[in-house]
Ligand binder design. Structure first.
Ligand code: VG1
Ligand code: CO
Length: 612
């Protein structure tokens, strides 16, 4: 590190610029330093195409010289200099390994590109939904509002020196950059020649709340480190009836458990579930955020959330006395898994159940839902609710960015994905803790008159009641992780060819005669109803006459090889048949899917890595 000249500013004078009086005494760091802008020559690095949700690569890839810098400069260039100069940007994430270094680099590059202020959650921690909330809701001490955010996360992918890092850019509405911008970022990474960085700007201590002031060629530059949870907690309190949830949690009939899998959700869980809602500290599992997620895979599903699954009385070593309600989050806390006592709620059912009960159980929705939406591979359970409640309904490609336009246009209130993502128009990201609060609200509502004696209406009761009313969508997802990329492409090419074949029904009947006829097959393409933009090649669908579906797509979030996802669904309307075991009910379709795709032949895999 070089030598810097520190000018300790006069507290009164510095206070004028930064709005003294609004900042709590003692929270403002009066550090002034001048910085220069360095122009660094660079050249394109291959493979910087953002996927379903940002750029995700191994840490070893991200730490190569210029790698992060090129991507950040390409993002600034995609946004254009007028938008960047004078802007306020949030930079934080799930706290995974390399985040702290990345934050310092982005601060220095932001300063050099003329950004006016950077907002950082304390210790660099902000969940993805909290970033969205901060962009939309937070007002700085000087009245400033954020224009966008860099979120540092690879979400449910493992972390640590040998694992994944990730970065994505969110826009002024708090939602992920649309494809128009991410395509531009990628184009810029292919022609980059230089980036700008304030190399002599001192590292900012992001563990201490307060504002640091600097001054550069474009004028003043501030870094504002703030509490990671307050804005988000405030938003949650404005959406849900915390008192009714407190009563539920205090009831002797109810018991609760939350697993953050050592992700950033831990930074919110204690504040919300323990301090606000009165849950016992012992109900929190793995709620200390760790750079490597404790060596685990921070993906809230039945395979990776082992400890919670056992505690809830499921899996191979079930506890004998499980709580009534359990939930888990992924690394960046935008996903949720909901469990009842010895009972797993499919995410596709979860969003449908939340939509069906939202108006009665959640104050934010009391005047009605504007519409609902799901991603294409998500089961049609939500469609049935939409039809029955006469709600606008949308089917979008995988990835949250497609929901944002609908929400901004006032067309959608509740939406979800089969991949443990649920959310609403309170922000523009999926929201893991919101989903838990939504379920607690539904439980509180269903039990409101009988919390001190009678039988609890359980998670399982709510799901089964829902199936009895709306029918059940048997559903499963098979993930083949880290498959050879060439083999994965071959599977998809083979399926595209089959899908257009006139003999497809004969082929399928040759595999199993007990499945319905295929009514149509296509590659899903989406035309955004708001801006008319078109997204092609969003997965191959086989739609059967009885409403069953087979969907195949390649994951866009992996960092190595390819992941093939296979989604299988079958609708059962007859309420006397909604109690079957899901894998049994789906066995004929699974058989068809595996043989039709020649999965084992192409990939050498006789079984998927994860079944959900
Ligand atoms: C996966 C999920 C998708 C989700 C995306 C980001 O994408 O399938 O539904 O939106 O992850 O979630 P893919 O392309 O791997 O199937 V997160 O929590 O990783 O930001
Ligand atoms: Co996530």
């Amino acid at each position: 590190m070089g030598l810097y000249e520190f000018v300790v500013a006069d507290p009164v004078a510095a206070g004028q610029g930064a709005g003294a009086g609004l900042v709590e005494a003692g929270t403002e760091l009066q550090v002034m330093a001048n910085f220069k802008v360095n122009r660094v020559e660079s050249s394109p690095i291959e493979g910087q195409k953002p996927g379903t949700s940002g750029l995700r690569k191994k840490v070893k890839v991200f730490t190569q010289p210029h790698y992060l810098h090129n991507f950040v400069q390409s993002t600034f260039n995609a946004l254009s200099a007028e938008k960047v100069k004078g802007s306020t940007l949030v930079v934080s994430g799930d706290g995974r390994y390399y985040s702290k270094d990345a934050i310092q680099i982005i601060i220095k590059m932001a300063a050099a590109n003329g950004v006016r202020r950077i907002w950082v959650g304390q210790n660099g921690l902000l969940s993805t939904p909290a970033v969205s909330a901060v962009v939309r809701e937070r007002v700085g001490a000087d009245g400033s509002k954020a224009n966008g955010a860099f979120i540092l996360t690879a979400s449910h992918n493992p972390g640590g020196p040998n694992e994944d890092f990730g970065i994505k850019y969110n826009m002024e509405n708090g939602g992920p950059a649309p494809e128009g911008i991410t395509d531009k970022i990628f184009e810029n990474t292919k022609i980059i020649k230089e980036y700008f960085i304030a190399e002599d700007l001192p590292d900012v201590d992001i563990s201490v709340i307060g504002i640091s002031n600097f001054s550069g060629p474009d004028g003043q530059f501030d870094v504002d480190v703030f509490d990671s949870a307050s804005d988000y907690v405030k938003l949650m309190k404005s959406i849900f009836d915390f008192q009714s949830i407190q009563k539920l949690i205090a009831s002797p009939q109810f018991s609760f458990c939350y697993d953050a899998l050592h992700g950033v959700a831990g930074a919110y869980a204690k504040r919300i579930f323990v301090e606000e809602l009165g849950a016992k500290e012992s109900s929190l599992l793995n709620c200390v955020p760790k750079e490597d997620f404790g060596g685990g895979h921070p993906d809230p599903n039945l395979t990776y959330a082992k400890e919670l699954v056992a505690r809830m009385g499921l899996g191979k070593n079930p506890d004998s006395n499980p709580p009534e309600f359990g939930a888990a989050a992924d690394g960046d806390a935008d996903r949720n898994m909901i469990l009842g006592k010895r009972f797993f709620v499919k995410p596709s059912d979860s969003v449908a159940i939340i939509a069906a009960n939202a108006v009665q159980a959640i104050p934010y929705f009391s005047s009605g839902l504007k519409g609902v939406a799901r991603s294409m591979p998500t089961s049609a359970a939500l469609d049935v609710v939409a039809t029955s409640l006469n709600l606008k309904f949308f089917e979008v490609p995988t990835g949250w960015k497609f929901f944002g336009n609908l929400m901004d246009a006032g067309l959608c209130s509740v939406c979800g994905e089969e991949s443990f993502g649920t959310g609403s128009d309170h922000i523009r990201e999926k929201d893991g803790i919101w989903a838990v609060l939504a379920w607690l609200s539904i439980l509180a509502h269903k039990n409101k008159d009988d919390l001190n004696g009678g039988n609890l209406v359980t998670v399982e009761d709510i799901v089964k009641q829902h199936w009895a009313t709306f029918g059940r969508h048997y559903y499963t997802r098979y993930d083949y992780e880290n498959v050879d990329a060439g083999a994965a492409k071959e599977v998809m090419a083979h399926l595209v060819k089959l899908q257009s074949s006139v003999t497809i029904n004969t082929t399928i009947k040759g595999i199993r005669s007990d499945v319905a006829d295929v009514a149509s097959a296509d590659e899903f393409e989406y035309k955004d109803p708001v801006d008319g933009s078109i997204s092609k090649n969003q997965g191959i669908r086989y739609l059967f006459e009885d409403g069953s579906r087979l969907v195949f797509r390649l994951s866009g979030t992996g960092s190595e090889g390819a992941t093939i996802r296979l989604y299988i669904e079958q609708y059962e309307k007859d309420s006397s048949k909604t109690g079957r075991d899901s894998q049994d009910a789906l066995a004929p379709l699974v058989d068809v899917a595996l043989k039709l795709s020649k999965m084992e032949e192409y990939t050498g895999r006789s079984a998927p890595t994860v079944i959900t």
